[in-house]
Design a protein around this ligand. Structure first.
Ligand code: FMN
Ligand code: COI
Length: 390
């Protein structure tokens, strides 16, 4: 298993006088966001940075972390620390995955290949979006090029066509993805004022359709191949992607279509979590999609404890929406998350500095987590519980 960067090692690198002349890459998510702002046009930058409506929920995500405090414990031997966690039968080097982010081709020429390779290098699972700019098989091959069998999950968006869903999942299985994440909260696009103002929706320009356009079941729905009529293909994509009718019945179909572990992303209510487990899913991800869907929705960290209580020991609960630093990861773990999704910050690092940027942003997060864990008097993330919070 890859070795997680030691916080101290990252510090020594930064403080090393012999390297003082080298430019220092950003160490904070805010700095990456500023760099991304410098290199991106308004449309793509706003697409990543924006949220739904007045962005109250986006702020609520961060406020939920700020409202909680860690209470560090002293005089415990933390000279050997372990960030590793067990998840879905695999041992991960840290309780972190790269959250699925679609259309990364609007941020960097290499699109998903760059963060996928960065994640592979660190042994952190990369969750590939349905709406990626690069077909899932190419992403898998790029990850295997870095580290054979590098952990990867496939995120599935509901589709009106069950054939398309089944085909995408079967391809993911063949390409070595080891879990399927069904995202429930985006069967329609939220009211995103920044994008409306910028008149920016990348899918309409055919971006992010690589998995669909390369899919035999999707192609079978088209009267002519997408190469002959790209506009009709975009319309067909929108026609199958937008699916407010998606229900527990459809979920049962997805469940039956694969033997891979299934995670549901976008769960916020404990009753939905319970029902998900009854429907045979293997884990839930508490998320409000980074505040991009329902403005006014509960902050994701605020929703976590009730979901954790409902799920109990039946399955792992993950969370995303607002994770920026090591302390955020600790707070989520303290409230019962097994692992967290790292989202926007890696997208900004990708825009500003490609694969190296994503890798550095990830290493900074893990270094920060390693130090925060030890300085809180905890030797292992597996031992973190609510007693760490005020
Ligand atoms: C630009 C962008 C695109 C996203 N695309 C997807 C996607 O394709 N599938 C998905 O499940 N979630 C998607 N998400 C949501 C993320 O997986 C995650 O829930 C969110 O980024 C968490 O919020 P945070 O980045 O502010 O921490 C996207 C988020 C952003 C910012
Ligand atoms: C709307 C989706 C296709 C992409 C997404 O999840 C997002 O933009 O948040």
């Amino acid at each position: 298993m890859p070795h997680v960067p030691h916080g101290l090692a990252m510090q020594l690198q930064a403080y090393d006088p012999a390297r003082a002349a080298e430019p220092l890459p950003p160490v904070s998510p805010e700095e990456w966001e500023r760099r991304a702002r410098e290199v991106l046009a308004d449309g793509p930058f706003g697409y990543v940075a924006g949220g739904a409506g007045a962005e109250d929920t986006m702020r609520a995500n961060r406020a939920a972390f700020a409202r909680r405090s860690l209470v560090p414990r002293m005089l415990r031997d933390v000279s050997r620390r372990d960030l590793g966690v067990e998840l879905l039968g695999h041992r991960l080097p840290a309780p972190v995955v790269l959250a699925p982010i679609g259309v990364l081709g609007i941020l960097h020429a290499e699109g998903e290949l760059a963060p996928a390779r960065a994640a592979a290098a660190e042994g952190v699972p990369f969750v590939l979006s349905t709406v990626s700019s690069v077909p899932m098989e190419q992403v898998a091959a790029a990850m295997d090029g870095v580290r054979a069998g590098a952990p990867r999950w496939f995120q599935l968006y509901p589709a009106r066509s069950r054939d398309v869903m089944a085909s995408l999942v079967a391809r993911a299985e063949r390409a070595g993805y080891t879990a399927v994440v069904v995202t429930l909260d985006t069967t329609m696009l939220g009211w995103r004022e920044t994008d409306l103002r910028n008149r920016y929706l990348p899918f309409l320009q055919g971006q992010g359709l690589a998995n669909y356009l390369s899919d035999p079941a999707f192609r079978a729905l088209l009267p002519v191949p997408p190469e002959q009529d790209p506009r009709a293909a975009v319309q067909a994509f929108l026609g199958t992607y937008v699916h407010p009718g998606f229900s527990w019945d459809d979920l049962a179909f997805v469940r039956a279509s694969t033997r891979l572990p299934l995670l549901l992303k976008g769960i916020l209510h404990p009753d939905d979590a319970r029902r998900a487990l009854d429907a045979g899913v293997d884990g839930v991800i508490v998320s409000n999609h980074g505040g991009r869907q329902v403005d006014g929705a509960i902050g994701a960290l605020d929703a976590l404890p009730a979901v954790v209580e409902a799920v109990g020991t039946r399955a792992p609960v993950l969370m995303d929406s607002g994770i920026r630093r090591g302390a955020d990861v600790l707070k989520a773990l303290a409230l019962g998350a097994r692992a967290v999704g790292f989202g926007r910050p890696y997208a900004y690092a990708l825009a500003a500095a490609g694969e190296a940027g994503v890798r550095h942003a990830l290493r900074c997060l893990l270094a920060d987590l390693d130090l925060a864990l030890g300085l809180c008097g905890q030797a292992s993330v597996a031992d973190v519980d609510a007693s760490l919070l005020a």
